[in-house]
Design a protein around this ligand. Structure first.
Ligand SMILES: NC(=O)c1ccc[n+]([C@@H]2O[C@H](COP(=O)([O-])OP(=O)(O)OC[C@H]3O[C@@H](n4cnc5c(N)ncnc54)[C@H](O)[C@@H]3O)[C@@H](O)[C@H]2O)c1
Ligand SMILES: [Zn+2]
Ligand SMILES: [Zn+2]
Length: 375
């Protein structure tokens, strides 16, 4: 019998309920169905969105196999898989690109209509490939990378060059690329422009890189963690604001103070702190400023100043940095391969999968940007 038809029993990180963190459990991973691929994971990382999932965002669904950043090797494929073969090195992605639907055909969107974001934690056929203690477990989107094996539809997997640095592959599978794309594809930052980035985690540092690549000449990084000043400088900020040093002023005023009172051309919100969404909008130029909403939080609504919006500003949301995985991700992968972006700066901590619960504690340390999980 080929491995393709066998259930694999292995380890995976499972969240059992809101606030319960994650536990390494013995899980069963089903073989891939016709258009699916089973991947032996090699390495993964923690993104802030994983933390939100343990808090029940956006819909509570448990037990859930967590993790959505990572890289692995194709272990087996379904009989209708055409673009991948056993042994390929792949990164799981939660955004797909069929290339044919209205959004894929448009320059304006990366939200594929045929293969949507799997917010229900299931495969496109409405079922799961993972079980734990006799129960079906939800996937995290189309990923679940904190498992020794994961299954995804081939449309949610991106082949990468086999010699890719495993940590870099993890970073470009969500956080860093999301920020980079938010500047490059969502905001479409222009040469000579000014940009403010709120929050210098991997997403914000990606936004700084994208803005720098696009030729922005003023890049303001904003973070309450002073240690992010140096990180921001490695990626290309020209100015840093620590709002804790100016508690009497709103963030938008601090940005205006650095831009002759006018504000920036683009503000990219990467903290997920709800009141900072309107601040990002308010920190952009009247009549033309663009604020990009990238950060995610548990709140359902954000309030923005209506007049401030009416006066010609744009507020635009961005999932995975508006990147189309097949069309746009190779560009970022090549930049990483050529060492055009200092991705090594992102990796601050490393743990084995068996110590996954430590990842959440480590992420709270001021010097932490990314925790790598060796599988
Ligand atoms: N839209 C998407 O597709 C997408 C993809 C990935 C991540 N995200 C979201 O992007 C956000 C950033 O993710 P990350 O992994 O970089 O997170 P992170 O926790 O590593 O970084 C967040 C940064 O924001 C800073 N910060 C927090 N509160 C702040 C405040 N009040 N003022 C200024 N700075 C503050 C923190 O110090 C930290 O440096 C999260 O909300 C995450 O869920 C969205
Ligand atoms: Zn993420
Ligand atoms: Zn499509």
């Amino acid at each position: 019998m080929s491995s393709r038809s066998q259930v694999i029993t292995c380890k995976g990180a499972i969240c059992w309920g809101i606030g319960e963190g994650v536990k390494v459990e013995e899980i069963q991973v089903d073989p891939p169905k016709a258009s699916e691929v089973r991947v032996k994971m090699l390495c993964a990382s923690l993104c802030h969105t994983d933390i939100l999932r343990t808090q029940g965002w956006a819909y509570p669904m448990f037990p859930q196999a967590l993790g959505h950043e990572g890289v692995g090797v194709v272990e087996s494929i379904g009989e209708k898989v055409t673009d991948l073969k056993v042994g390929d090195v792949v990164i799981p992605i939660y955004i797909a690109e069929c290339g044919e639907c209205e959004n894929c055909a448009s320059e304006e969107s990366n939200i594929c209509m045929r293969y949507p974001l799997m917010v229900n934690g299931l495969m496109p056929d409405g079922t799961s490939r993972i079980s734990v203690r006799g129960q079906r477990a939800y996937h995290l989107f189309s990923c679940s990378t904190w498992c020794e094996y994961m299954v995804s539809d081939e449309n949610y997997l991106m082949k990468v060059y086999p010699s890719i640095d495993l940590a870099h592959a993890c970073f470009i599978s969500c956080g860093f690329s999301t920020g980079f794309g938010a500047a490059w594809k969502t905001a479409k930052v222009q040469s000579g422009s000014s940009v403010a980035v709120f929050g210098l985690g991997a997403v914000g540092l990606g936004a700084i890189s994208g803005a720098k690549m696009a030729g922005a000449t003023k890049i303001i990084g904003i973070d309450i963690n002073e240690k992010k000043r140096e990180k921001g400088e490695s990626f290309g900020i020209t100015d840093f604001i620590n709002p804790k040093d100016h508690s009497d002023k709103p963030y938008s005023q601090l940005v205006k103070d650095l831009t002759n009172g006018l504000g920036v051309d683009y503000a990219i919100e990467c903290t997920g702190v709800a009141p900072l969404q309107p601040e990002a909008l308010e920190s952009t130029k009247l009549g033309r400023g663009k604020a990009i909403s990238v950060g995610v939080g548990n709140e359902e609504f954000v309030k923005v100043n209506w007049i401030g919006l009416l006066l010609g500003r744009t507020l635009k949301g961005s999932a995975f940095g508006s990147l189309k995985p097949k069309s746009d991700l190779p560009f970022i992968a090549t930049k990483s391969q050529n060492k055009d972006i200092p991705l090594d700066e992102l990796q601050t901590h490393e743990i084995p999968l068996t110590e996954i619960s430590k990842a959440f504690e480590l992420s709270k340390q001021p010097d932490c940007v990314k925790v790598i999980i060796k599988i």
